[in-house]
Ligand binder design. Structure first.
Ligand code: DQA
Length: 179
């Protein structure tokens, strides 16, 4: 136990040097190492097809290109960021379950936006602060896209600004996390 505490004590000093010191509480127990806040950007189904998927609606850029820009912005600001995409609802839910109230979630749930009570309940269950983003303006498209079952458990929704939807959400999230 002594060596575990010593390791945590020393790594706390290292992390302080990296700018994360203020998020540690006074205690040095292992569970508190989890307190490094993470900014998550999660993308749902079919977003891996960006670039070739309906480019008039979603743009010509690939998800990898959008992700690179987000990564660069977050890394420059020293904010830990995790960016992921999945076509499997259960996998998305598992990722959300790993989050905590002191993380932040930017989520483009894709078509799950319109019907996934399971994703909505996962966000509400872990109480992670979240922003829902969409490349297209879901309110100006087909009727079924106008309703989001996710938005009520989010701080807000940014829709229709292309990749800027992500960038504006990122800007808000970084301010939120460094408050
Ligand atoms: C989307 C809008 C959804 O309606 C659609 O199913 C998507 C992409 C968007 O980013 O505009 O997959 O979330």
């Amino acid at each position: 136990m002594f060596f575990v505490n010593l390791g945590i004590f020393l790594s706390q000093y290292w992390l302080k040097g990296q700018g994360y010191g203020k998020i540690f509480k006074d205690t040095l127990y292992l569970k508190d190492v989890r307190k490094i806040r993470t900014l998550w950007v999660l993308n749902g189904p079919n977003l891996n097809l960006l670039g070739r998927r309906e480019p008039d609606t979603y743009g010509k850029e690939t998800l990898a290109e959008i992700n690179d820009e987000l990564l660069e912005i977050a890394q420059k600001a020293g904010v830990p960021i995790e960016i992921k995409q999945t076509n499997f609802e259960g996998e998305m839910i598992q990722w959300i379950h790993t989050m905590a109230e002191d993380d932040f979630l930017i989520i483009n749930p894709g078509a799950w936006t319109h019907y996934s009570y399971a994703i909505r309940d996962a966000i509400a269950g872990v109480k992670v602060p979240a922003i829902e983003v969409h490349l297209s303006n879901i309110h100006a498209r087909e009727e079924f896209r106008k309703n989001s079952v996710i938005a009520p458990v989010c701080i807000g929704q940014i829709s229709g600004l292309g990749k800027k939807s992500y960038k504006l959400a990122l800007q808000f999230a970084m301010e939120y996390l460094t408050q």
